[in-house]
Design a protein around this ligand. Structure first.
Ligand SMILES: C[S@@+](CC[C@H](N)C(=O)[O-])C[C@H]1O[C@@H](n2cnc3c(N)ncnc32)[C@H](O)[C@@H]1O
Length: 727
C-alpha cells in the first residue's frame, strides 16, 4: 500500500493521480493489518562522489522532496539539463546542486577506501570499521565472509519515534503512519543478507525495546524459522525511564541460535577468577567491586536448575572436608574439580517412576562396610518394590521423603559402571524411612547456564556506556545511548567465550561498543576474536540543521567529518587501543577488572569507507586499487595491503596472506613464487575464463582458497541488484 502511494506521487497526470489515489484510499480503509507489513519503495542511495552526467538519476540537494530527476544533457561544464521523473518541463540545474542516486536494482560498484589505521600488534589481524550504509556493506561482506561469521551482534535503531533513524534520507518520527512498516522493510532486507554470513553454528544477537519487540519477534521467526529464538530481558537503566504508568528499566536481547542439538550458548565459567559476583552474565564483575544494586535469581539462591523446591537441589550438601582421601575415586588434589550430586533424579521433569520405567530399580548397599555394592534389575511398572535384605545387602529404592516413587539418574548398566569406579557414595541415613541417600561424584560443569533475566550494575548503559564514552573522547553528548561495554561483552561471551578466533560482525555499530567489548573479551580470555563494524556517518539531527544553515552540504568534507563514524566511532577505536586520545592525553580510569584504560589493547584496527565508482570513469589501475582492500578483508585482514595499481604480472602484498595473479600467461612463475609462501591462504586469479581458472586452481595446493577475478575488476563486486523474489 505504501509502495503504491509512493508510486502514485510519481504519476505525471494530476487527474489520473487523484483518481488512483482515491481508489487506493478506499482499498486502504478495508485492509486488515496484522503481521503483514507494508512494502515500501526500496531505499535509494545518494552517491555524492559520482559525476553528474547525462543518464544519471539525481536529486536536488536543497529540495529532496522534489523527487528524482534524470540528467538529459550537459549545458556546459557546470550546468546540466534535467527533467523530473514526475513529468513537467526540462530545467537547467547547477551540477553542484545535484547528487547522483541509485535505486534498488541499479548495479553499483563498491570500493573500500582506506582512511586510517592503528597498529599496536604487528602480525595480528585487524579489526575493521567500515563507514557505510549497512545494506551495501553487507553485500560486500557477503563476498568476503559468507558462512564464516560466528556471531552477529546488532543494536538497530529502536524506532522510538524520536527521529532516531532515517528511511530514504528522511527521519522517521512518531507522526509517520508507516513508521513500523518502514522499520520492518529496512530490517528485513538487512537480516536476510546477514543470515547468509552466519556459520552453520553462528548466532545472531539483536537488542530491542518495547517499541518494536513484537514486530521484530515475528520478523525473526519468519527469517530464522529453523533457529531457536531465545529472549533475555536485561536491565540497562536501573533508575528507570518513562513519563506515564511505568518506569522502564529493561530492554530485550534476542539470541537466534541454530537448532542443531548442541548448546551453543556458553554459560558462566565456574572456575574461579573470572565471574566474580554470582548471577547471570556478569563476566566482568570483580568480587572486589560493590555488589549489584539489585539482584534477581542469583546463582546462589537457586542452583537447582530444574529442581522442584520441595524436592531439594541436585547437588548434595555433604561437607567434602569430612571425606577421607581414601574414599575418593580420584586423586585428592582434584577435589575442587568434582562435586557430589544426588543419584536420584530431582524436580518435576521426568523424575517419576512411570516416566522412566527402566530407571526404577534397587541399588544394594553394605551398611556395615558403608559401601555401595551393585544394582538390581529394573522393576516393571506393575511390580512392588521389595525392601527386604538380599544376601545381607540392603536395597535402596529411588523413593522421595513423601513416599513418591521416582527414578535413578541412570539405567542399571551405567549406574553399575559408576559403582565399579567407586563414584557412587553412600550419603546420609534417614531413620524415618530406614533408608539412605546415594550420591554420585561428578566433574563440576565448566560453566553454569545463563538465565533469561540479566540484572547487573555493570550493564548500566548510563555509567558504562554514556559516561564511559565521554571519558574516552574527553567531551560530552557525543552519541545517544551507547551500550554498556560489559553488557555487550556478556552477550558476546555467551557465544564466543570458547571461540578464541571468532569473527564478530556488528552492522549497526554506532559508537563502536562491540569492538571495545571484543577487545575486553580477548584481554580476559585470551585469543583473537576479530570484529567487523559497519556504521553510517549520520550527523546528529540538531547539528545537521546548523550545518545546513551554514551552507555545509552532506557529502562535503566539512560535513562528513562531523558524522558518527568519523567523529565518534573511529576516535573511540583509536583511543581505546592506544590508551590515549588524539590530543595525547592518557585515558583516565580503569575497567571493572582493574585494568587501566591507559594501557589500551594490543590489537589493530583499520578504518575504511565504502565508496562507489563509475566503471566508465575509472582507469584500470584505479579499479584494481579500489578492490584491493576487499581482497585483503577476504583473506583475514592481516598485514598492510599496500595499494597498488596492479600493473605487474602478479602482486604479493608484503606481510599479507594473499596474492593476485594479474597476467595469466605468467602463471608458472607465479606458482613457483607461491610455493615459497606457505603462509598464503588466499589466491586470486585474474582471468575471464572459468576453464582457465579451474586449470590454474587445480595446480595450486588444496590448502589455499582460490578465487576467480574478472579482468574488469569492478564487475567482480557488483552489488545492489534486486534480489529475485518469489512473489
Ligand atoms: C542504536 S545505535 C547503536 C549503538 C551501539 N550499540 C553503541 O553502543 O554505540 C544504531 C546505529 O546504527 C546506525 N545506523 C542506522 N541505520 C544505519 C544504516 N542503514 N547503515 C549503517 N548504520 C546505520 C546509526 O547511525 C546508529 O549509530
Amino acid at each position: 500500500m505504501a509502495r503504491l502511494e509512493d508510486l502514485i506521487k510519481d504519476i505525471a497526470d494530476p487527474r489520473l493521480r487523484a483518481q488512483i489515489a482515491g481508489e487506493v484510499a478506499k482499498l486502504k480503509a478495508k485492509k486488515k493489518f496484522g503481521l503483514v507489513f507494508e512494502e515500501h519503495l526500496p531505499e535509494v542511495m545518494e552517491l555524492p562522489g559520482l559525476a553528474v552526467k547525462p543518464g544519471a538519476r539525481v536529486v536536488k540537494r536543497g529540495d529532496k522532496a522534489a523527487g528524482f530527476f534524470l540528467v538529459k544533457a550537459a549545458v556546459n561544464g557546470k550546468k546540466v539539463r534535467v527533467v523530473s521523473e514526475r513529468g513537467g518541463p526540462a530545467e537547467i540545474a547547477a551540477k553542484d546542486d545535484l547528487v547522483v542516486v541509485k535505486r534498488f536494482g541499479e548495479p553499483m560498484y563498491p570500493a573500500l577506501i582506506p582512511v586510517d589505521r592503528v597498529t599496536r600488534a604487528p602480525g595480528k589481524p585487524y579489526h575493521t570499521l567500515i563507514n557505510a550504509d549497512n545494506f551495501h556493506a553487507l553485500q560486500v561482506l557477503l563476498y568476503c565472509y559468507q558462512r564464516e561469521v560466528d556471531v552477529i551482534y546488532i543494536d538497530p535503531p529502536y524506532n522510538s519515534g524520536a527521529r532516531d533513524w532515517k528511511y530514504n534520507n528522511n527521519y522517521v518520527d512518531r507522526t509517520d503512519q508507516y513508521r513500523h512498516s518502514k522499520w520492518l522493510s529496512m530490517m528485513q532486507r538487512r537480516l536476510e543478507l546477514a543470515k547468509r554470513l552466519l556459520k552453520p553454528d553462528g548466532v545472531l544477537i539483536v537488542t530491542i525495546d518495547e517499541n518494536e519487540i513484537g514486530h521484530l519477534s515475528v520478523l525473526l521467526e519468519t527469517i530464522f524459522p529453523e533457529y531457536l529464538r531465545h529472549m533475555v530481558a536485561t536491565v540497562i537503566n536501573p533508575k528507570g525511564t518513562g513519563k506515564l504508568n511505568f518506569a522502564r528499566v529493561d530492554e530485550y536481547i534476542f539470541f537466534c541460535v541454530p537448532n542443531n542439538g548442541a548448546s551453543l550458548i556458553k554459560g558462566i565459567p565456574t572456575s574461579a577468577g573470572i565471574t566474580g559476583a554470582p548471577g547471570e552474565g556478569a563476566l566482568f564483575y570483580p568480587s572486589s567491586a560493590p555488589q549489584p544494586l539489585l539482584e534477581v535469581m542469583s546463582a546462589e539462591e537457586d542452583d537447582s536448575d530444574d529442581a522442584e523446591e520441595d524436592d531439594g537441589p541436585e547437588t548434595d550438601d555433604t561437607d567434602v572436608a569430612d571425606i577421607t582421601d581414601e574414599e575418593l575415586p580420584f586423586p585428592p588434589e582434584e577435589i575442587g574439580d568434582w562435586e557430589l550430586r544426588h543419584a536420584r533424579r530431582r524436580g518435576s521433569e521426568s523424575s517419576y517412576r512411570h516416566q522412566r520405567k527402566n530407571q526404577f530399580y534397587p541399588i544394594y548397599i553394605d551398611v556395615g562396610e558403608r559401601r555401595v555394592v551393585r544394582t538390581g534389575t529394573a522393576l516393571p511398572l506393575e511390580g512392588k518394590p521389595n525392601f527386604a535384605k538380599v544376601g545381607g545387602l540392603l536395597p535402596i529404592w529411588p523413593i522421595d521423603k513423601d513416599g513418591n516413587e521416582r527414578c535413578w539418574r541412570f539405567i542399571p548398566p551405567k549406574m553399575q559402571t559408576l559403582i565399579d569406579a567407586k563414584r557412587v557414595r553412600l550419603g546420609q541415613y534417614n531413620p524415618t524411612y530406614d533408608s539412605w541417600t546415594l550420591n554420585i561424584w561428578e566433574r563440576r560443569p565448566e560453566s553454569k547456564k545463563l538465565k533469561t533475566v540479566w540484572w547487573k550494575k555493570a550493564h548500566d548503559a548510563g555509567t558504562h556506556g554514556t559516561t564511559l564514552l565521554h571519558n574516552i573522547l574527553g567531551r560530552r553528548a557525543t552519541f545517544p545511548f551507547p551500550k554498556s561495554i560489559y553488557a555487550v561483552a556478556d552477550a558476546l561471551a555467551a557465544v564466543v567465550r570458547t571461540r578464541p578466533n571468532a569473527l564478530i560482525v556488528d552492522f549497526f555499530a554506532g559508537s563502536g561498543t562491540t569492538l571495545h567489548s571484543t577487545c575486553m573479551l580477548n584481554a580476559v580470555y585470551g585469543g583473537f576474536r576479530r570484529c567487523v563494524l559497519v556504521t553510517n556517518n549520520e550527523v546528529a539531527a540538531n547539528l545537521a540543521v546548523r550545518l545546513k544553515k551554514e551552507g555545509t552540504e552532506p557529502g562535503s568534507a566539512e560535513y562528513e567529518k562531523q558524522g558518527i563514524c568519523a567523529a565518534v566511532t573511529w576516535p573511540r577505536v583509536e583511543a581505546i587501543l592506544l590508551g590515549r586520545r588524539r590530543d595525547k592525553t592518557r585515558l583516565p580510569g580503569q575497567y571493572l577488572d582493574g585494568r587501566a584504560m591507559s594501557l589500551g589493547f594490543e590489537e589493530n584496527a583499520q578504518y575504511l569507507k565504502l565508496d562507489f565508482l563509475d566503471p566508465g570513469e575509472v582507469k584500470r589501475g584505479e579499479s584494481y586499487e579500489a578492490i584491493l582492500p576487499i581482497l585483503w578483508m577476504m583473506a583475514g585482514a592481516s598485514g598492510d595491503f599496500q595499494l597498488s595499481k596492479g600493473s605487474g604480472k602478479h602482486h604479493f602484498p608484503k606481510g599479507c596472506p594473499f596474492c593476485v595473479l594479474l597476467r595469466e600467461d605468467h602463471f608458472k612463475e607465479f606458482a613457483a613464487k607461491l610455493a615459497e609462501r606457505p603462509d598464503i591462504t588466499h589466491v586470486f586469479l585474474v582471468t575471464d575464463s572459468v576453464e582457465a581458472f579451474h586449470e590454474m586452481g587445480s595446480r595450486i595446493g588444496k590448502d589455499k582458497r582460490c578465487v576467480q577475478l574478472y579482468k574488469s575488476y569492478l564487475d567482480n563486486f557488483k552489488i545492489n541488484l534486486e534480489p529475485k523474489r518469489a512473489d
